[in-house]
Write a protein that binds this ligand. Structure first.
Ligand SMILES: Cc1cc2nc3c(=O)[nH]c(=O)nc-3n(C[C@H](O)[C@H](O)[C@H](O)COP(=O)(O)OP(=O)(O)OC[C@H]3O[C@@H](n4cnc5c(N)ncnc54)[C@H](O)[C@@H]3O)c2cc1C
Length: 510
C-alpha cells in the first residue's frame, strides 16, 4: 500500500487543502524532445515545471540526438503530438505527413514493397510524419513557453538528491522540486548520479551517417530517377536494403531539403568514448562513397554531392536496474536508448512524456488536495515505470530485429524476406469490422512491414493507459477519502477518463 493510501485523512473528513491551492513542482533536466514534451503534458494538467538545459540554447547539430537532421514520427508519435496539442503547429512549421514508404533493393532500387502511408490516419488514428529536428524542437519550445514552462539554459547538474529531492547546479545553486525528471539523453548525467554502478554503453557494431542535401543539389545531378524522386508530388520515404548496410532518404523542410541516414558497420574507435559519452564525429565524404560504391547508381550519384557529414556511433546501454530512485525518474533516451531502425526513439520519449505527465497531472489534481502534506510520489513514478518499461524494452529489441532484416546479404533469407514484405497486409480489420487473427509476423517478417506489429504498436494510446492505471491505483482511495468534498474526486477521475472514451472500463475498476 502506498503512503497515498495511508494518509492521515479520514473517510468523510474534508481535505485540508482545497483544489487548486497547491500544485506539484516538477523539475525536468534536459530540454530535448522528451523533456519539453513532458513539460507540455504537465502544463495541460495545470502543473508547472522548470526545465534545466545544459546548453546555452536549444541543442545544436552536434548534440547526441543530432538536431541538425530529419526525424520521422510514426503514427504512435504523431498521436502524442496531437494529445499535446502541437500536431497542427508542427504541420504548419515544416512537418509533413508522409504518403508512402518504399523498401527497395540495394543494387538497382527495385521496389520490394510500396506501403501506402495515407491510410495511417484511418488504420492507426494518426498520420506518419517527417520533420526537421530544429523545427520539431522549436514547436515544442514555443508551446512550452506559451504554457508558462520556464526553461533555464546553461544549467549543468553537479549533484542530485533523490529523496529531498533537489539538484545542485555547477554554479552551486540548489533547486528543489517535488519530482525531478532526468530527460538528459543517452549519456544521461542524472542516470550516472543516481546509480552507484551506472549502466554502461553497449556498442551495436553499427554507425549512422547523417547527411542533408538541398533539392537544388539533387536536381543539378540531372538524373531522371533522382528528378522523379525529388519532384514527385507525393512525399515519401525510400529505404534501400543491402548487405550489412541500409540507407534512408526522405524530404524535410517542406521538400526544400532531403535527409539521408546511411547505416553501416562502425569504424569509430571505442577510444572516442570520452567524458562519459560518444559524441558525433566529422565523417570523411570519400569513406561514405566507398561504403556505398556498388549500390544503386542513384545513391552513388547523390553521395557524390556530399561535402560534409557527421557520423554517430549507434549505442544502447546496459539496462538500468530501475527508472525510479526516490522522487527522481528517468525518461526518454536516459532510460531506454534504442537503435533508430524503427524510428521509435523520440516517439518512445514522447510516449513516456504523455504517460508521466498524465499520471503526475492526475496526482496533482486528485491526490494532492486529499494529502496536502504530499502523496507518495515515488509510488506514482513507479506506476509510470510499470506502464512504460516493458513496452520500451520490447521496442528496443524490435528495433534491433528490424536492423537485422534491413541488412541481409543477397541470400535465401533475403529472398524470403522480400517475399514476405511483398505479401504484407496492413489492414487488420476484416470487412465486417472484426480483427484478422493470423498476422504475417508468423512468417518471421520484419516488424515495420508486419501488419499485426504495426497495428499493436501504432495504435497504443499511453495517455489512455495512464488514466486507467491512475484510476486502478488510486480510484478507491479517492472514492473513500473524497466523500464529503463538494464534488466527489471519484467523479472527477471518471470525468477525466470519460473524456477519453474509457468510462465503462474505469467504472468497472472503481
Ligand atoms: C541516427 C539517428 C536517427 C534517429 N532517427 C529517429 C527517428 O527518425 N525517429 C525517432 O523517433 N527517433 C530517432 N532517433 C532517436 C532520437 O534521436 C532519440 O531517441 C531522441 O532524441 C531522445 O530524446 P530525449 O529527449 O530523450 O534525449 P535528447 O534528444 O538527447 O535530449 C536530451 C537533452 O538533455 C540535454 N542535456 C544533456 N545532459 C544534460 C545535463 N547534464 N544537464 C542538463 N541538460 C542536459 C541535452 O543537451 C539535450 O537537450 C534517431 C537517433 C539517431 C542516432
Amino acid at each position: 500500500m502506498s503512503s497515498a493510501q495511508s494518509s492521515t485523512s479520514r473517510r468523510g473528513k474534508k481535505p485540508h487543502a482545497s483544489r487548486g491551492e497547491k500544485h506539484l513542482k516538477v523539475l525536468i533536466v534536459g530540454a530535448g524532445i522528451g523533456g519539453l514534451s513532458t513539460a507540455i503534458a504537465l502544463a495541460r494538467h495545470g502543473v508547472k515545471s522548470t526545465v534545466l538545459e545544459k546548453l546555452p540554447q536549444l541543442s545544436p547539430a552536434s548534440s547526441p540526438s543530432g538536431v541538425g537532421a530529419g526525424i520521422q514520427l510514426p503514427p504512435n508519435g504523431a498521436r502524442v503530438l496531437r494529445q499535446l496539442g502541437v500536431l497542427d503547429a508542427l504541420l504548419e512549421n515544416g512537418g509533413q505527413a508522409l504518403e508512402f514508404m518504399d523498401h527497395m533493393s540495394w543494387a538497382d532500387g527495385t521496389v520490394i514493397r510500396r506501403r501506402d502511408l495515407t491510410k495511417c490516419e484511418e488504420l492507426y488514428g494518426a498520420p506518419w510524419i517527417n520533420v526537421h529536428r530544429e523545427d520539431y524542437l522549436r514547436v515544442l519550445y514555443n508551446e512550452a513557453q506559451r504554457s508558462g514552462v520556464s526553461v533555464m539554459f546553461n544549467c549543468d547538474i553537479a549533484k542530485v538528491e533523490p529523496e529531498t529531492p533537489s539538484v545542485t547546479l555547477n554554479t552551486g545553486m540548489i533547486i528543489k522540486g517535488d519530482v525531478i525528471i532526468g530527460a538528459d539523453g543517452i549519456w544521461s548525467n542524472m542516470r550516472n548520479k543516481i546509480f552507484p554502478d551506472p549502466p554502461r554503453p553497449v556498442e551495436t557494431g553499427y554507425m549512422a551517417y547523417r547527411i542533408t542535401l538541398t533539392t537544388e543539389e539533387l536536381l543539378s545531378l540531372k538524373d531522371f530517377r533522382i528528378n522523379e524522386m525529388v519532384r514527385d508530388p507525393q512525399i515519401g520515404q525510400r529505404i534501400w536494403l543491402g548487405p550489412d548496410s541500409h540507407l534512408v532518404l526522405y524530404p524535410v523542410k517542406e521538400g526544400k531539403k532531403f535527409n539521408i541516414v546511411a547505416i553501416c558497420p562502425d569504424d569509430i574507435p571505442s577510444s572516442e568514448y570520452r567524458d562519459g559519452c560518444f559524441s558525433p564525429v566529422q565523417a570523411n565524404p570519400s569513406d561514405i562513397r566507398r561504403t556505398f560504391a556498388d549500390w544503386d547508381p542513384v545513391i552513388t550519384k547523390m553521395l557524390s554531392r556530399v561535402t560534409k557529414a557527421l557520423k554517430w556511433k549507434l549505442c544502447t546501454i546496459t539496462e538500468p536496474p530501475t527508472w525510479v530512485k526516490g522522487r527522481v525518474c528517468l525518461l526518454g533516451d536516459a532510460a531506454h536508448p534504442m537503435v533508430p531502425f524503427l524510428a521509435q526513439g523520440s516517439v518512445a520519449a514522447s510516449e513516456d512524456a504523455i504517460t508521466l505527465g498524465t499520471l503526475l497531472g492526475l496526482t496533482s489534481k486528485h491526490l494532492l488536495p486529499l494529502q496536502p502534506s504530499m502523496p507518495d510520489l515515488s509510488h506514482v513514478l513507479k506506476k509510470y515505470e510499470q506502464l512504460r518499461r516493458t513496452h520500451a524494452r520490447f521496442i528496443q529489441t524490435q528495433s534491433l530485429r528490424q536492423g537485422y532484416f534491413n541488412r541481409l546479404s543477397d541470400s535465401r533469407e533475403q529472398v524470403l524476406r522480400d517475399e514476405i514484405m511483398g505479401s504484407m497486409e496492413f489492414n487488420m480489420l476484416k470487412p465486417d469490422g472484426s480483427l484478422r487473427d493470423v498476422g504475417p509476423e508468423e512468417k518471421g517478417g520484419p516488424p515495420l512491414t508486419d501488419g499485426k506489429w504495426c497495428w499493436i504498436v501504432f495504435r497504443h494510446d499511453f495517455e489512455q493507459q495512464a488514466r486507467i492505471m491512475f484510476s486502478n491505483a488510486y480510484g478507491k482511495f479517492i472514492q473513500a477519502f473524497g466523500v464529503g468534498t463538494p464534488t466527489s474526486e471519484k467523479g472527477r477521475v471518471v470525468e477525466d477518463v470519460h473524456a477519453h472514451g474509457q468510462q465503462e472500463m474505469v467504472r468497472s475498476h472503481l
